[in-house]
Design a protein around this ligand. Structure first.
Ligand code: KG4
Ligand code: ZN
Length: 351
């Protein structure tokens, strides 16, 4: 039986809705970006993000329904991002999702945003078989997973300080290049020489699958100060610095994903999340896959950054497994530890 799912995403600065059938057939996808609102401040302002989500979420859902040519009555279930993210923003998506599910008497399922990102690489062929390793690189997270099936993603490593996307954004902000930084650096880096400035690659212990990007960020800041780098997005010095910084990030991400695949005896590697849109990262990982007899699966660029297709897609697999939420489901800003999770489940059962 076919299942048409309305996906809703509002964890950060994108309000998104999508209609996806059976976890893979996309009927519509609408993403309203708040970038212009936050650009003045050089980063996402949580309160402004919440207000904008409130303003735009119903029109975004209406537009997704319109583009799919259906009404709410034809939707079989709702999938919504539960966390991690900005809690005020998450609550707006979650409240709307609950309301729709309640009024229409359809099931609701709540999705982990980062696990949702992984789904973006599984929508179209060629798809990786399970198990595979996945690197989710976004504005707030740099996580490595061993993905055993749609519902079993084991965290293998994560950043100990800044996320890769955060490093892109902070470095670009410091260099006066604007926001979001990853997009600008991706655009100008090909104009510079990635070998011009040599930055240390923080590989941590030889066996580690964790990351650290704050040292690199500080190194770039010091380099700008000591070498009178202008705040000019068209200066060759800026191109060189952007290229060298990007190369350092990409080298570490590439090495760790390959390391994770080796360690967990798989040849299949997936990248996802906003930074997975980075052209140099995709190129270098593709090369590394070839050299190591591995295969890289990367989502289409438009599905790397936040969207609701990925939420509806993972929601489908949750619903198929019977994972339906009760209406007291809450948002979380950080992923709860397994201990906290167990406690929540216990209190819910005994309630
Ligand atoms: O996944 P995402 O859209 O939102 C979060 O869940 O955080 O990721 C946003 C991050 C930002 O840090 C942005 O600078 C980065 O992804 N990003 C990129 C590129 N496009 C977006 N970083 C490098 N290269 C890009 N092309
Ligand atoms: Zn994201």
């Amino acid at each position: 039986m076919s299942m048409l799912i309305l996906g809703i995403e509002s964890s950060c600065d994108e309000t998104a809705a999508a209609l996806v059938e059976n976890g893979g057939m996309v009927h519509s996808s609408v993403v309203a970006s708040q970038v212009p609102i936050h650009a003045t401040y050089g980063g996402v302002v949580p309160e402004l993000a919440s207000r904008e989500h409130i303003r735009i979420i119903i029109p975004v859902i209406d537009e997704a329904l319109r583009q799919a040519g259906i009404t709410l009555d034809q939707v079989d279930a709702v999938a919504v991002t539960q966390g991690p993210g900005l809690v005020g923003s998450l609550l707006i998506g979650l409240s709307v999702a609950k309301s729709i599910a309640l009024v229409k008497h359809i099931p609701l399922t709540a999705v982990n945003h980062l696990e949702g990102h992984v789904m973006a690489a599984l929508l179209e062929p060629p798809r990786p078989d399970f198990p595979f390793v996945a690197l989710v690189v976004s504005g707030g997270h740099t996580n490595l997973y061993l993905v055993e099936d749609f519902l079993t993603m084991k965290l293998l490593g994560q950043t100990r300080d800044d996320a890769a996307g955060e490093a892109f954004d902070k470095v670009a902000g410091f260099m006066g290049l604007g926001y979001p930084g990853g997009v600008v650096i991706d655009r100008i880096a090909p104009l510079g020489d990635p070998q011009s400035v040599s930055f240390t690659r923080a590989m941590l212990d030889p066996d580690s699958l964790d990351f650290s990007f704050s040292g690199l960020k500080t190194a770039v800041v010091n380099y700008v100060r000591n070498n009178s780098i202008p705040s000019d997005p068209e200066s060759p010095k800026v191109y060189n610095l952007a290229a060298s910084f990007q190369e350092a990030v990409v080298d570490v991400l590439t090495a760790k994903l390959v390391r994770a695949a080796r360690k967990h005896n798989t040849r299949r590697m997936v990248i996802a999340g906003g930074v997975a849109a980075n052209r140099r990262l995709r190129q270098k990982l593709g090369q590394a896959a070839g050299e190591n007899d591995m295969v890289l699966f990367a989502p289409p660029v438009e599905l790397c950054t936040d969207n609701a297709v990925m939420i509806a897609a993972l929601g489908y697999h949750r619903l198929k497994a019977g994972l339906v939420e009760s209406f007291d489901v809450d948002a979380y800003s950080r992923v709860p530890s397994p201990q906290v999770r167990a406690h929540i489940d216990k209190t819910r059962l005994s309630a």
